[in-house]
Write a protein that binds this ligand. Sequence first.
Ligand code: 1CP
Length: 330
Amino acid sequence: MKLQKTIPIWMMRQAGRYQASYQAIRRSHTFEEILHNPAVAAEVTLNPIREFGFDAAIIFSDILMVAEALGQQLTYIEGKGPLLAPALMAEPSWQFQPQDFQVESLNCVYDAIRQAKLGLGETPLIGFCGGPFTVACYMLQGHSGLDMRKIRSWIREFPEKFEQLLDVITEASILHMVAQVKAGADLLQLFESSAGQMSAYEFSLYGAPYLKKIIDAVRAQTSVKIALFCLGIGHVRNQVLALSPDVVGVDWMQDIGGFSHDLPSNFVIQGNLDPLDLFLPVEKLGLSVSRILDCVGKRPGFIFNLGHGVLPGTPESHVKAVVESVHAYK
Ligand code: 1CP
């Protein structure tokens, strides 16, 4: 791994729709084709490193690949987002067992990791999966724009069924994370993007125990560092720390200085530029970057990132400007 003289920076969703190179590839490949084609997925993974000089790559894949491997059909509807069919809320008779997940069904991801590694040299590659709660919400509703009132009402009606679903996703995620490491992933990240949609109590039932199971099982089988990103970490911060991830993702809503002050130094912090700030004029964007660096730039291990993913339409020149100013920080 690269010896870091500057603050490392990568961006969640750094490969995607804001890039001209990604748009060009999408003119000849659907999203699903890229997910299943290791050579193209590897290319898409490498492009942000070549174009912007990020310090880590994240494998081009999706958290919903686990749902697909469990038997739902994943399609991407232009202008709408991902679709999983059949939606579990509409299919009361579904039953999943852990043995429904065959890790080989995600070989395309592991092959993409192997191919991406060949082009990365010293730059580390991040493997990932979704938090079980987040993946389960998509599986239940079947499409993006989660209606959490509806989903949470369903969970209240069928808590045991929901726990059974979380168990199956958790077991699949453990196998998937370990397989990504075996294929060459240097670090892992868990994306619990719906954490902020749960009460602290719901997180203690449906978030923390399953995330813990994944972190503990992956730790028992590999030695890679694990980052945990919870969108809306504020009200569940202590529960997240109790899971002892190596790296704590801080979302864009949080006061990163306050976070750093409260967090023991054995936790590495990652975050938390507001993705919307990337649309600001470059000078103002620079102020947002400095505000973060002034708070946590000297914290050992700090990793600069966004507080959620890069948005479509983000100017590429602004992404480049952020990478350069983080690397220039002394
Ligand atoms: O070509 C296209 O238009 C497809 C858009 C797209 C892309 C580029 C989707 C559909 N997924 C991805 C790739 C992706 N998704 C990556 C790898 C690329 C990278 O990070 O550089 C990763 C890590 C994800 C993770 C992901 N997918 C999350 C967790 C992170 C987050 O943003 O909160 C979630 C919630 C998804 C579901 C999903 N897949 C795609 C979209 C548009 C969404 C979000 C749907 C929604 O907003 O509800």
